[in-house]
Design a protein around this ligand. Sequence first.
Ligand code: NAD
Ligand code: UGA
Length: 443
Amino acid sequence: MKDTIAVIGTGYVGLTSGVCFAKLGFCVVCHDIDSKKIAMLIKGKTPFYEPGLQEALTRYLQQKQLTFTTHIERALKDSRFIFICVGTPPRKGGGVDLRAYNAALVCVKNALKKSIAHGDIFIINKSTVPVGTASRVQDFFRNSGLLRTVHIVSNPEFLREGRAVTDFMEPDRIVIGVGNTAQKKNVQPFVSLYQSLRAPKLVVGWETAEMIKYASNAFLATKISFINEIANVCERVGADVEEVARGMGYDPRIGAGFLRAGIGYGGSCFPKDVRALHHMARSSAYSFKLLKAVIEVNNDQQKHAVEKIIRALHGAIRGKTIAILGLAFKPQTDDVRESASLAIIKALLKKGARIRAYDPQAQDNARAALSGLRGVTLCADAYEATRGAHALFLATEWKEFQDLDWEKIKVLMKGNAVIDGRNALNAKLLERNGFTYVGFGVH
Ligand code: NAD
Ligand code: UGA
């Protein structure tokens, strides 16, 4: 009989982890303080869009390998492994808001105090938390009078939204942070949770594990800002950034990934984690100059997008209608947290534009994020969004936008400018259909 796992927080990471541990044969109890979310999950409905998750949820719920509860004590009752997967959103000024995380720890400790169970227990940080957190958690559990021996593990998660299930099941590496050499031996039961996953397993110190997470996200964000700066130079010197990226990517020392130029990175992780690492360095009296530039370049890309749209409209944007295709921070997700699309919409509205927008999955989240703003219409499909538009801006490269009927759109639109924020459309096809095409770093 395999161990029972408790997952605290049923967001993109927690729910995916819970479902995937069930897939690996464990019994999993997922806990959240959001009773609406738990009610939905008990009924077998995922609270957000993530490919493959709904099917897996249905399956493991039916097999009774997955259960959901708002009662922390019920979640911890038989669990030897407790994964903390709650949100760690950004604080103003670049720090990390650990209120949800700290609250979850207090609940776990109180529930464990009431438990009469014995034996070792593992509290695992899957949430992305500042370097030094695991050590602080150890102190928090020290001398707390529990009957159980508590091991604190840092096990950062590297999954991407839109590919979360695949990324969890086929990780590039599994990072396991422990307190000291003695704990390396004790962590073996935890390591064996991932036994059937073929990936390098790195057992390192807590601080190192925590830093691997931040350094990985910051490095990927750096690649994106780097290629965006190359794109800006390409525009000025007549080179094509898509070909440049392809040419660079063949070199395995560089790698082909994360070299897609455009309106920059968004989402709930890169922006917050890059700022958090910059902030952490500053708090340790170190100025991380490179990351400061990465953030600046990323913000500037959104401004460049607005400038390109205005230029395509010959400088007159007030009263003009812009069709926006894509609201999510990237395709295959309904997540709009720190979406570049929404930032650009807000900037366009400030300049007096009217917006007609559409996203295949993120309409509801976008509606909530844009509520109270006048001048935005969310449309039923991409064609509706283009009706009467003077310009079209592609913000998220959903596959369905690459297969649109441009003859039809030419008839629906008032203007003929297409600004491609992701270099994802077929420029030649568009030009053949009478559009003027503007990309990022392409000619
Ligand atoms: P999320 O906002 O989607 O979900 C967080 C969940 O935690 C929510 O359902 C919330 O109700 C719940 N919660 C909050 N306080 C709680 C408490 N005290 N007890 C129980 N549940 C509580 O967050 P997410 O996107 O899944 O991210 C979670 C963590 O994982 C963050 O630290 C994030 O940086 C990290 N991470 C996220 C991703 C990603 O792709 N989203 C990938 C890797 C790592
Ligand atoms: C990212 C990391 O890729 C995951 O490994 C990590 O676990 C996660 O953050 C996290 O810590 O939460 P995610 O935010 O889901 O995953 O999405 P990515 O696919 O990395 O894209 C992030 C942003 O960068 C998107 O806005 C995307 O459009 C943009 N991007 C990506 C580019 O602009 N260019 C690229 O070449 C690649």
